[in-house]
Design a protein around this ligand. Sequence first.
Ligand SMILES: NC(=O)c1ccc[n+]([C@@H]2O[C@H](COP(=O)([O-])OP(=O)(O)OC[C@H]3O[C@@H](n4cnc5c(N)ncnc54)[C@H](O)[C@@H]3O)[C@@H](O)[C@H]2O)c1
Length: 251
Amino acid sequence: MKSQAAIVFGGASGLGEATARKLAEAGHSVTVADLNEERGEVVADEIGGAFVTADVTEEDSTRDAVAVAADTEGGLRICVNCAGVGAAGRIVGKEGAAPLDGYRWAININLIGTINVLRLAAEAMVGNEPGEHMQRGVCVNTASIAAYDGQIGQTAYAATKGGVVSLTLPAARDLSRSGVRVMTIAPGLFDTPLLALLPEPARKALGDNVPFPSRLGIPEEFGALALHIVENPMLNGEVIRLDGALRMAPR
Ligand SMILES: NC(=O)c1ccc[n+]([C@@H]2O[C@H](COP(=O)([O-])OP(=O)(O)OC[C@H]3O[C@@H](n4cnc5c(N)ncnc54)[C@H](O)[C@@H]3O)[C@@H](O)[C@H]2O)c1
């Protein structure tokens, strides 16, 4: 595949970082966009890409980040959004109803952020000259298997990821006339800084629950799927679970 301009939101860490590295290895020119400047600069430096500070919940900084990535010959062709946060808490806990602000916070970053990135990246892509297969671009979102089997304490998180799953098909349909594909990856349990906070026995126990392979996913495996989606023009409007057959139990 020809080298193309790519942007990875949340590219400073975990799944996004692994994706930025995979895309760069495949010869694409990658812009890393993240709130974490320090780490983002390091990743961008190591892969020979650029870094821009962006908050996916904000219109302006996200638009600016897209503009930086689009300012290349051929325009922006690849957008992967891995920016996201975890959220936990029962809908009614010991202190009563869960605070509404917790839901607003998670929905704002994981769902509104996904929509914001998708709409602005797609807007840049629809102006591209059609490339191979008449394609102008591809956008990859990140959901979670919690969209399907959310556990106790995961109503906020599952709601955000369920929204990302649900918008995948209509977004692909909206953008089909422009030759822009939309796909979502729903990861199971991956060994990223998000999980690194847990003690080793807890991480091992999580991995043991995965049918096969019985371990946590490696971020490179997520990056490899993102790259495959970029390279396979027939993948569109679908959510792919990447979870080693894990179906999460209630707790
Ligand atoms: N690790 C897992 O097991 C797992 C499983 C399922 C889904 N996911 C999802 O994958 C995505 C990436 O998770 P990860 O494990 O790599 O986490 P991570 O914490 O390692 O990386 C997330 C990155 O997103 C950035 N970010 C957070 N809020 C942002 C914002 N408002 N604007 C821009 N950047 C922002 C962070 O700075 C960080 O660099 C998340 O959406 C997460 O919900 C992760």
